[in-house]
Design a protein around this ligand. Structure first.
Ligand code: HGY
Ligand code: MN
Ligand code: MN
Length: 419
């Protein structure tokens, strides 16, 4: 049954800014850093504690919690039709190693606040409503990122992802088993079950909303990206004795590649975003000529042709700059620029105006689980401002009022889709 305008307004009014803020501060205790951020990498003790609190909150709301084979968590509020395909919102509780309190957590907690608001407004939906906490969105400890939604929507990827080895040497499969043992018995959820709609709330992670004085970003899509792992192999040697001309120095070769790649990626239109955020030299001793370097490339660009063209030159340029070393370039993730559903975008715009929140359309430079969910159902995203556009940084900051505005929009859109 369709909800009325009055129902949607009641849901928006029932979103409690203080409760939502308190939940953020509670979650931010898990992995809290001295600089005010969080270090809560996927399936670490800190992430598992955050997951446990989420389970507790779900049970307090009389919702069920299910877990799938990659550890995604599904908190379900039943609808009147148990056979109806559900509608979901959600994001991720894991963080970057020097992350903030809001990237990811907001999307999950906005979902929990939505469940509170539906209860407070005494709304019964036809479809079940779910809040999802996706596993390993950030891709810091285990690569690649947005792993949970990738496996959920492409189950054939499960075995490869379960075998991912963390930066600390732990295998994801074992980390997941530790979480399951710690969390106790939970219902199992199959991968790739359908949804009738998905909407994800997130901080913008860029300064457009703040600069333009808007509270809600209606996200039109997510720019495409390509991620690579590069392994440069030279030969270890004594740094005081081996003549320079005879060395196979993997750091020298890899640094030359990084500089060359940055030059190649320079783009007058400023569309490309290129980053080498991890660069590890082995054995990592001052007196040993480094025998191996592994570095990670994160390359993004909204223009599909430009991204394909430049991405296609990465391996060749690395080969050309390898000098006496060998180089192997593995592409570990590739996404096209993905548009969101115009119908969901229209619902977000209307919900923002019902909540008296000024909105604008924008494209997401960051990747999100919502991108993978577009394979399953009509999908959209809601952005709220973050201070100075700063994210992936312990200084990340957002206001309680803006977070509540985002939660009001998500609650209405999910309720509208759930009928
Ligand atoms: O890297 C990203 O775009 C996101 O934060 N996972
Ligand atoms: Mn995020
Ligand atoms: Mn992030």
């Amino acid at each position: 049954m369709a909800l009325t305008e009055a129902d949607l307004a009641r849901i928006a009014a029932a979103v409690d800014e203080d409760r939502l803020w308190r939940m953020h501060m509670e979650m931010a205790k898990f992995g809290a850093t001295a600089k005010g951020g969080v270090c809560r990498e996927c399936l670490t003790d800190e992430d598992n504690q955050a997951r446990k609190l989420l389970i507790q909150w779900a049970h307090e709301l009389r919702c069920t919690v299910a877990v799938d084979a990659i550890g995604n968590m599904f908190i379900r509020r039943p609808g009147t039709d148990p056979d109806a395909v559900p509608v979901a919102t959600g994001s991720h509780l894991d963080s970057q190693p020097t992350g903030g309190k809001f990237d990811g957590a907001f999307g999950v907690l906005a979902g929990i606040e939505m469940l509170h608001a539906l209860d407070a407004a005494e709304i019964t939906t036809t479809r079940p409503v779910e809040v999802i906490n996706f596993t390993n969105e950030e891709g810091g400890r285990f690569q690649p990122g947005v792993m949970g939604s990738q496996v959920y929507t492409r189950p054939e990827e499960l075995e490869r992802m379960l075998s991912a080895v963390g930066a600390d040497g732990v295998i994801l499969r074992d980390a997941l088993a530790a979480f399951r043992a710690m969390a106790g018995p939970m219902e199992d959820r199959a991968l790739n079950l359908p949804y009738a709609g998905f909407v994800e709330a997130h901080i913008e992670q860029a300064p457009m909303l703040e600069e333009t004085g808007n509270t809600i970003g209606v996200v039109t899509g997510i720019q495409g990206s390509r991620k690579y792992q590069v392994t440069v192999t030279g030969e270890e040697a004594h740094s005081g004795t081996m003549p320079m001309r005879r060395r196979k120095d993997a750091v020298l070769a890899a640094s030359t590649m990084v500089v060359g790649l940055h030059r190649m990626m320079e783009d007058p239109a400023d569309l490309t975003r290129f980053n080498v955020g991890r660069f590890q030299a082995y054995p990592g001793a001052p007196s040993v000529v480094p025998g191996q370097v592994r570095f990670a490339i994160d390359f993004r660009c909204p223009d599909d042709a430009l991204r394909e063209g430049l991405g296609g030159q990465i391996a060749g340029l690395c080969q050309a700059l390898a000098g006496p070393c060998d180089v192997q370039v593995d592409e570990i993730q590739r996404s096209e620029t993905t548009p969101f559903d115009p119908g969901v975008m229209a619902m977000i715009r209307k919900a923002a105006s019902r909540a008296d929140a000024p909105s604008m359309d924008l494209l997401s430079g960051a990747g999100h689980d919502a991108r993978n969910m577009t394979k399953l159902c009509p999908t959209g995203m809601v952005f709220v401002p973050c201070k100075d556009g700063v994210s992936h940084n312990e200084a990340e900051s957002a206001t309680a009022a803006d977070l509540a505005a985002g939660a009001r929009v998500v609650a209405q859109v999910v309720a509208e889709m759930a009928g």
